[in-house]
Ligand binder design. Structure first.
Ligand code: FES
Length: 106
């Protein structure tokens, strides 16, 4: 499977991953700009904020209570498809998930 990151200017980058790879860790490990991840994946910073592509919505479990609270402090403004990149992963059996990077994280 792969995770595709779409930058605010429209640039797309797809990275091959194993099932279970999170959006945040994959971005950090591959130098994808725009994912800061200050807390290292503990759902406590909201600097891994992404907008989950509509086509990917069915593949990712819904927002948890902790994630929901943290998204309220996302710097770029929360939308209906806002997620924390550290809390979403590519499930087994899914070919791709696509996320859009917000304009800023802090
Ligand atoms: Fe801090 Fe995701 S890395 S909330």
């Amino acid at each position: 499977p792969q995770i595709t990151y779409v930058q605010p200017d429209g640039e797309r980058r797809s990275i091959a991953v194993d099932a279970g790879a999170t959006v945040m860790l994959t971005a950090v490990a591959n130098g994808v700009p725009g994912i800061v991840a200050e807390c290292g994946g503990a759902a406590m910073c909201a600097t891994c904020h992404v907008y989950l592509d509509e086509a990917s919505q069915p593949f990712v479990p819904p927002v948890s209570e902790v994630e929901n609270e943290m998204l309220e402090s996302a710097a770029a403004g929360r939308r209906a498809n806002s997620r924390l990149g550290c809390q979403i992963a590519v499930p087994a059996g899914v070919d791709e998930i696509v996320v859009h990077i917000p304009s800023h994280q802090v």
